[in-house]
Design a protein around this ligand. Sequence first.
Ligand code: UTP
Length: 406
Amino acid sequence: MDLTQAKRILAEHGQMQLLDYYDRLTEEQRKSLLSDIAKIDFSVLGNLNSHSGRPLGELSPADALSVDEIAAGAEEYERAGLAAIRAGKVAAVLLAGGQGTRLGSSLPKGMFDIGLTRSLTIFEQQMNNIKQVTDKAGCLFDIFVMTSDINDAVTRAYFSDAGYFGYDPQRIHFYRQKLAPVCSPEGKIYLDEMHKVAMSPNGNGGWYSSLVEAGYAGLLESRGIEWLNVYAVDNVLQRICDPVFIGATLKSGCACSGKVVAKVSPEERVGVLCKEDGLPSIVEYYEMPAELAARRDPDGRLTFRYGVILNYLFSVGRLNEISGSRLPCHLAFKAVPHIENGVRVTPTEPCGYKFETLAVDIVRLMGSCLAFEVVREREFAPVKNRTGVDSVDSARELLRLNGVKL
Ligand code: UTP
């Protein structure tokens, strides 16, 4: 893109401020800025007035396969799950494209060292969890790793330097998600540097479309992969391609399934798996009406009690059927460093909107979903913050509880 084209496009979208410092830039920086401008998806800005997502439909609680029911059927489920893994029908998708701003590390979240007396990164811990399954199955499965432009190179380099944690590098496939512009409350896209448009990863909702755009549909087909186990990078107790989970999902006949834990309190910051207008749906904690979040059954348990832990199994066939559907866009209001009057500022208060689509919204489109209840202390140790709730400290405690040497 040249300067004339950039001016035309920016004028069309009311974003001329992105060229405010153009005259001060070196030739190299000008090229870089114009290339950034060429990549902007201006259409997301249209969501600014709709605020968070979509209007909620009628919510009702969902049933789940309980911990006890799972224990009773575990042998049968595990057999079916291991058979599916051995038949090559299952692959894993690691969502590692987030910025992990709350953790406050400049490195990808998966590279955070959670060890104390030895080095143990989140990526390594999750690969150790995978090894338990591949040892049992006696075979490997493919692992797709979604990164973003911001952390792709360093993530790939880290896996390579770490010898892919002993896994076959041919079975680990990296691909990038897209970025979206970050704008002010008035809808003006920020500059991150005078020569750099402020962009952030566009949420984890595009994990499948980006995987297909990266050219992996052929691999899924040629390998006969029918199920994708999508999981978040920030849970160090994440069980990946858990055979019991896979077997129970196959037996349920559902198009997808999600691991859930019983919420500890109405305020716990997890999305809730429930029904919306009769369809399976995940309602984020900030979208859930407080009255419903606090409602209790006669036995005292929360009525909307099943919190999701970002570990889902999706049928590839159904994902392809719904691939033309649009996901709602969620707005996140965050403290975003940007250029103001020629100076880079790092605000501590939210000042900019990020636009994200979310993987949770895919569940509704899938049409049917098995909620699979797991024991929180064994499978849910999220690392969102440095200290306090869902932090490095709490995750370390849970790892210790599960016998992991730190
Ligand atoms: P979070 O919603 O916790 O976001 O991601 P985050 O970016 O990691 O952290 P904060 O909010 O900035 O502190 C949940 C999972 O989704 C992935 C993350 O890497 C994590 O595994 N994710 C998130 C993506 O892959 N892409 C995104 O654009 C956002």
